[in-house]
Ligand binder design. Structure first.
Ligand code: ZN
Length: 165
């Protein structure tokens, strides 16, 4: 495995639409393994292939809503599509490609996604709260959408410094 460089918002690749994954081969597995390592290294909760310069429809989301005592785990979503959403949440959102900046983005509270795993098998998965936000955010990346374009407004320095840090 290897760390990959995370592109930042100045780079045009981030605004391009990604093509579907058609080959579930060792090259894809390498990409997913590298993305996992890169995500862990960056302490993020999600990462999309275009963020490491690969214009293919693959994302990782960390499921953080786990029972106490259980480990968080990474969900790999290949060619994901949102099937259903419900509810609404309004909160601060950030992105590894937009370091240090946060904005208020409205997202559904619950999201059901259909996707393929690394071997091409279709499955469905549901997320709530942060996981639902993350599904939407990462799938947006596959269509060249960075959250700053959806934010009602960006948070100011002052608001950021009054937060947890
Ligand atoms: Zn992002």
């Amino acid at each position: 495995m290897a760390l990959r460089n995370i592109l930042t918002k100045e780079q045009p690749t981030l605004y391009k639409k990604c093509r579907p994954v058609t080959e579930f081969n060792p090259r894809l597995h390498q990409l997913l393994d590298d993305m996992r390592e890169t995500l862990m290294d960056a302490n993020g909760v999600g990462l999309a292939a275009p963020q490491v310069g690969v214009l293919r429809r693959a994302v990782l989301v960390i499921e953080t809503n786990v029972p106490e005592g259980e480990d968080e785990y990474v969900i790999e979503l290949i060619n994901p599509e949102i099937l259903e959403t419900s509810g609404e949440q309004d909160g601060a959102e950030g992105c590894l490609s937009v370091p240090g900046e946060y904005g208020l983005v409205k997202r559904p509270m619950n999201v059901k996604v259909r996707a393929q795993d690394r071997n091409g098998n279709w499955f469905e998965v549901e997320g709530t709260g942060l996981t639902a936000r993350c599904f939407c955010h990462e799938i947006d990346h596959l269509d060249g959408i960075v959250f700053t374009s959806k934010a009602e407004r960006m948070l100011t320095e002052e608001e950021l410094s009054s937060g947890e840090e």
